[in-house]
Design a protein around this ligand. Structure first.
Ligand SMILES: Cc1cc2nc3c(=O)[nH]c(=O)nc-3n(C[C@H](O)[C@H](O)[C@H](O)COP(=O)(O)OP(=O)(O)OC[C@H]3O[C@@H](n4cnc5c(N)ncnc54)[C@H](O)[C@@H]3O)c2cc1C
Ligand code: FES
Length: 265
């Protein structure tokens, strides 16, 4: 959990928007307070409209930080995200962040990072790739979607694609692709997996990593309210870090990044 003093609530103005297909947009805003303290895996909680609808803030991973500018990648799935994806340059947002914990990028246990993501789970991977490069690590992305339209590679390097319908790249899931090409991707060096995506993908990936004794961090999602540990709306049950049994965490504070070995689903 981060020190509360680094979290700020900011009135920001959208400085750029870019559509990446029909339902995904990149949205940038100038926010020195969040840019200075953001770490890969952190998220922001956004009040999208000053009106009552939607009443609660919505959580988004930090996609990129460039100087004082913070960027998010949003997929339109409901009222808040549709409103956000349709917001023009100049629109105002209230943005709380940076929130949550972060991926561990500078550990000596690995030389090459395999960034495995599915669908909108690719959102945190750009900031993560940059941080890993700064830490001197090699990065390889394995990105999946149901079809080619679900795959996002904006700003990423060294990407390998898997689609379930075979419309782009390898036909199958990201875990099928990883199983097929693991020694090629890892270059037979010490590897660590960083992941974000739908729960079935994370579950299959956690099993693959366990079978292959690979460390794996996973960024999870839950419905969130406050984003700062007050409402208890984001509880997730995980295996205990040591010993047997389970424990419940607040994903907004003790996550969203967890050791994949702890996943129960
Ligand atoms: C830590 C975290 C980081 C996230 N990062 C991103 C990101 O970078 N980009 C992005 O597009 N989305 C991200 N999400 C998911 C995003 O917050 C939800 O899609 C959003 O809150 C939905 O709001 P809405 O008003 O559009 O949907 P609503 O109208 O509230 O709901 C529409 C549908 O979406 C479902 N839904 C609502 N919240 C979530 C959720 N958190 N996860 C999955 N389904 C949900 C609802 O059950 C419902 O079926 C993240 C979620 C979390 C917890
Ligand atoms: S979202 Fe309120 S406690 Fe986590």
């Amino acid at each position: 959990m981060r020190a509360d003093s680094t979290i700020t609530d900011n009135a920001v103005t959208i400085t750029s928007t870019r559509s990446l297909g029909t339902d995904v947009s990149l949205i940038a805003f100038h926010c020195p307070g969040i840019a200075e303290h953001a770490r890969p895996g952190n998220f922001v909680n956004i009040k999208i409209s000053p009106q009552n609808q939607p009443l609660l803030r919505r959580p988004f991973s930090i996609h990129n930080v460039e100087g004082d500018t913070v960027e998010i990648m949003a997929k339109s799935v409901g009222c808040g995200t549709t409103m956000l994806c349709g917001s023009p340059v100049g629109a105002e947002l209230q943005v709380l962040g940076p929130l949550g914990n972060s991926f561990t990028v500078d550990s000596p246990e690995f030389e090459i990072a395999l960034l495995v993501s599915g669908g909108i789970g690719t959102a945190p991977m750009r900031f993560l790739e940059k941080s890993l490069h700064t830490a001197g690590k090699k990065v390889c992305h394995v990105i999946g979607g149901k079809t080619g339209r679900d795959v996002q590679t904006a700003g990423l390097t060294n990407c390998f694609i898997a689609t379930e319908d075979g419309s782009e790249g390898f036909e199958g899931t990201v875990v099928d692709l990883l199983r097929d090409k693991f020694s090629y991707f890892s270059e037979s060096r010490s590897a660590k997996v960083f992941s974000c995506g739908p729960n079935p993908m994370l579950k299959a990936l956690a099993e693959f990593c366990k079978e292959n004794s690979l460390p794996c961090e996973a960024s999870l999602e839950s419905i969130m309210g406050c984003g700062i540990g007050i409402c208890y709306g984001c509880t997730v049950e995980l295996k205990k870090i040591s010993g047997s049994g389970t424990t419940t965490i607040l994903l907004c504070q003790d996550g969203p990044v967890v050791d994949a070995e702890r996943l129960l689903f």
